[in-house]
Design a protein around this ligand. Structure first.
Ligand code: HEC
Ligand code: HEC
Length: 457
């Protein structure tokens, strides 16, 4: 009976189709994407060659480089100079902090500019300085504007408005982060980051409905101009590890790659381009090393007493709200402790006060582009390996974990308060837990400590 057969078949098709639709819609809205099935891998030969490039002390016209080697401007001579705490690939010392700058749109140039002021140059004529930056982007002096206002039944009066000085330049010192486990962060799906944010927003609405307004606000996702979600860097300014690494080569050491040209000096912005210093193969090797840097670990303390304290601290970390932003597991990566979202951890300035981490309010004719994070916004840093990466915060201003926690104000104020109100023993337990988050014991030891000796004058 072919007719009935066809009927049944249709029913099955409809049933399976409907079921797939339901699963599809559910997956689209509620799942956090696919778990990571394959972690980072690379051939041992590429990893070893990449490590050599990472630790290499670059010189001008370096024999390893295909272009002009180190410079023209640079912050250090090797990647390892800023990434060595707890082994090759760790964080760096504050003496190597990089100075970033931003220039807001000005009357004669509507562009928003961003760059970094390099600490060194190969040729003294290329030396960058704040003075040079200031000369190129001077402060626009304030003025007093007088307007005559006429109102009905009143004699015309003079209204004076004071327009303050406008400084289009902002500088910010940022410290190097540890890059262990970066390959895993690179593999977290965008969906997982977005879904975690949505789930938080959903839970917050639930709390508000039950009239509990203590919920930690949900951070901001940074969407880059190409539509991808930013996750690397203190401002989540890069979406992928290879983009960050190519920029680090160009900016920190002055090594051009096929993807990004080497930085030019502010003193000589029209210098001719040179051939990339690293060719495709070398860049691939450098990436192989960085991508496969081991993940930080949660170490088990030695004694039963310390283990109990760390366990208690880990529980408190969740119950007092730290885990709202420092999300322990995301997108199939366990123990990463971040949500990759931007938050403001400084209290807002007093009205009319300006200054501080917020910076002066730009005048209406020179607005800050909306899609850029505000000066006081920073990405929740991953806390894995945090025991081995002091000092803390983007500027390295918090010396200890305790100081770092107490610096959480603004959007993390309620959580900071909960921590500050804990008995000393419980506060110590939270720190004991953070102290179990260590650099990977399998990280390679630094070969040549001399590379770290280049200091900013
Ligand atoms: C002068 C110091 C310095 C040198 C040299 C340096 N870095 Fe960094 N590195 C930093 C700083 C500072 C940051 C944080 C930058 C930011 O977020 O704006 C950073 C961050 C990173 C990150 C991002 C980590 C994350 O998860 O957000 C990667 C990857 C990285 N560096 C790779 C490299 C590589 C590769 C080299 C060598 C080509 C290098 N760095 C050389 C200072 C340095
Ligand atoms: C509202 C989100 C939020 C909450 C809640 C939060 N943090 Fe943070 N945390 C951040 C951000 C953002 C930073 C980086 C700020 C900066 O660099 O200016 C940070 C930085 C840190 C650092 C320094 C990390 C480093 O590498 O420099 C530590 C340690 C830390 N937090 C621990 C905690 C603990 C413990 C709690 C709970 C008491 C907590 N945080 C609650 C968002 C949060």
């Amino acid at each position: 009976m072919p007719r009935l057969g066809l009927h049944r078949q249709r029913r099955w098709v409809a049933l399976i189709g409907g079921f797939s639709l339901v699963v599809g819609v559910y997956w689209f809205f509620f799942s956090s994407g696919l778990p990571i099935v394959w972690g980072p891998t690379a051939s041992a030969a590429d990893v070893a060659a990449g490590r050599d490039l990472f630790e290499h002390d670059w010189t001008p016209n370096d024999p390893l480089a295909k272009g002009d080697g180190l410079g023209p401007v640079f912050n250090a001579k090797s990647c390892a100079a800023c990434h060595f705490q707890g082994g090759v690939g760790g964080g760096g010392e504050i003496s190597h902090n990089a100075t970033g700058f931003e220039v807001l749109p000005r009357a004669n140039d509507p562009r928003f500019l961003a760059g970094s002021l390099h600490n060194f140059s190969v040729d003294p004529a290329d030396k960058e300085s704040f003075k040079l930056l200031r000369k190129q982007f001077p402060v626009k002096a304030g003025r007093v504007e007088t307007r005559t206002v006429a109102m009905e039944n009143c004699p015309p009066s003079q209204q004076r408005t004071t327009i303050p000085d406008f400084d289009p330049v902002r500088t910010q010192s940022v410290q190097s982060t540890a890059i262990f486990g970066s390959g895993w962060i690179d593999r977290i799906s965008e969906k997982a980051i977005v879904q975690n944010m949505r789930n938080r927003a959903f839970r917050n609405v639930g709390k508000e409905l039950s009239l509990n307004f203590d919920a930690v606000p949900v951070g901001k996702l940074r969407t880059l101009p190409d539509g991808r979600v930013g996750r690397f860097g203190w401002k989540a300014q890069f979406a992928s590890l290879d983009d960050f690494v190519a920029t680090a080569c160009a900016n920190e050491i002055g090594l051009g790659t096929p993807a990004v040209k080497q930085a030019k000096s502010l003193a000589n912005p029209t210098a001719p381009d040179v051939a990339p210093d690293l060719d495709r193969r070398q860049f691939k090797q450098l990436m192989a090393f960085i991508d496969t840097l081991p993940k930080p670990v949660e170490a088990r303390p030695d004694t039963a007493k310390e283990q109990a304290a760390a366990k208690h601290g880990k529980d408190l970390f969740s119950t007092i709200g730290c885990a709202a932003c420092h999300v322990p597991d995301l997108g199939g990566v366990t123990g990463v402790y971040t949500d990759f979202l931007l938050y403001t951890l400084d209290d807002p300035p007093p009205p009319g006060g300006g200054g501080g981490p917020y910076g002066p309010e730009p005048p209406p004719e020179s607005p800050r582009p909306d899609d850029l994070p505000k000066p006081a916004e920073w990405k929740t840093p991953a806390l894995w390996g945090v025991a081995d990466s002091a000092p803390y915060f983007h500027d390295g201003s918090a010396q200890t974990l305790h100081d770092a926690i107490l610096r959480h104000n603004g959007e993390a104020k309620s959580v900071k308060k909960a921590y500050a109100e804990l008995p000393a023993k419980d506060q110590a337990a939270v720190e004991s837990f953070l102290n179990t988050l260590k650099a990977p014991p399998t990280a390679a030891p630094l070969r040549d400590l001399a590379v770290t000796n280049l200091r900013r004058k």
